[in-house]
Design a protein around this ligand. Structure first.
Ligand code: GDP
Length: 328
């Protein structure tokens, strides 16, 4: 059946709109970049390369924590405070659950409702259809688009329970972990690796009956963090308490971010880290492409089935089978 011709996208118009800070153009550009459609790839590349030439001096902040810890409440308070100081804030949310559950954590329309209406803020949830690795890669590209559109603070929000923190930490300058004072790490679903990645731990909900516990948790975490090896950035992770709902302790988090940025710019880690991240994404992209080309090849698909059967019958080994498949 003949397909209806797709409406031509005026890439130049989208790019010039984006560069002048137009939110509709920025959203359109992100949609093109997020698209899995092969036809959008050339437009997507054109958009990204125009944007790469036009980037601002940005700060990229990763924020993670389990559902319910208060990430969106924190980001709303944090974002509104930053826009009051003249910054432009973009929030890119990665929600690995959005493909599986309709009651998506990030998809909740009531989240960040004052920031949504703030003209100096831009909020974008992750694409619902992409598989996880793709989402992270596309978020990285969306960062570039947001920066070209004049957003100088980029917040990448993610749920701190899965694999995705690793990718997120590879696209931000500073990584913040939000925690609660009472529940243990197991209860909070937080892995040791994530604590190791954090440049700051923020004990949220430090209000009401929770104040004492929060201060205790802050002291305990500060001690515990001393046991971790020194980071390449030479930055010693800090612990702060915060009540996002009351807007208390939010400004100190911003001060901490600024201190981190100035320290790591001074010792050059900031610049080296961004260069290293670029290489990471280059290799990651090659890996993804090789893998998808490999598994979408019809000959491979056929041979893979054959090798699966041979494996089930104990007539080959995984290594011998891989050898055959890789030689196709
Ligand atoms: P997220 O899932 O991590 O984004 O968490 P939310 O921001 O949606 O917050 C989950 C719940 O915790 C909501 O009912 C918030 O009102 C509440 N909450 C968030 N921050 C605070 C805080 O600082 N103090 C208190 N007491 N409650 C908070």
């Amino acid at each position: 059946m003949k397909q209806m011709p797709k409406k031509q996208i005026d890439v130049k118009k989208v790019v010039s709109g984006l560069l002048s800070g137009d939110i509709v153009s920025l959203s359109k550009a992100i949609t093109i970049v997020e698209s899995d459609n092969i036809k959008d790839i050339s437009n997507s590349n054109k958009i990204i390369s125009s944007c790469l030439k036009n980037r601002t001096n940005s700060i990229r902040i990763g924020i993670t924590g389990v559902p319910g810890v208060g990430k969106s409440t924190f980001i709303e308070a944090f974002g509104n405070q930053l826009t009051k100081q003249g910054h432009k804030v973009a929030v890119l949310a990665i929600d690995p659950t959005s493909t599986v559950s309709r009651g998506s954590i990030m998809g909740d329309k009531t989240r960040m409702n004052t920031l949504v209406n703030n003209k100096n803020a831009f909020i974008r949830p992750s694409p619902a259809s992409s598989h996880y690795g793709g989402v992270a890669k596309k978020t990285r590209e969306s960062i570039i688009l947001c920066e070209a559109a004049g957003y100088n603070i980029i917040i990448v929000e993610t749920v701190g329970v899965g694999q995705n923190e690793i990718s997120v930490s590879e696209m931000v300058d500073i990584f913040l972990l939000l925690k609660l004072s009472r529940a243990g790490d197991e209860l909070q679903g937080i892995k040791r690796g994530i604590i190791e990645m954090a440049d700051a731990i923020i004990i949220n909900k430090a209000d009401g009956d929770n104040i004492n516990d929060s201060n205790k948790a802050m002291a305990e975490f500060s001690l515990a963090l001393k046991l971790y090896p020194i980071k390449k950035s030479k930055w010693v992770p800090k612990v702060l308490t915060c009540s996002s709902i009351n807007n208390l302790g939010v400004e100190p988090v911003w001060k901490l971010v600024l201190k981190y940025i100035s320290d790591t710019k001074e010792n050059k880690f900031f610049y080296e880290n961004r260069k290293r991240q670029n290489k990471y994404w280059l290799l990651q992209t090659i890996n993804d492409k090789l893998q998808s080309d490999f598994f979408s090849n019809d000959k491979i698909k056929k041979e893979l089935e054959k090798q699966y059967n041979l494996l089930d019958q104990n007539k080959t080994t995984p290594f011998a089978a891989a050898d055959i498949l890789l030689k196709i």
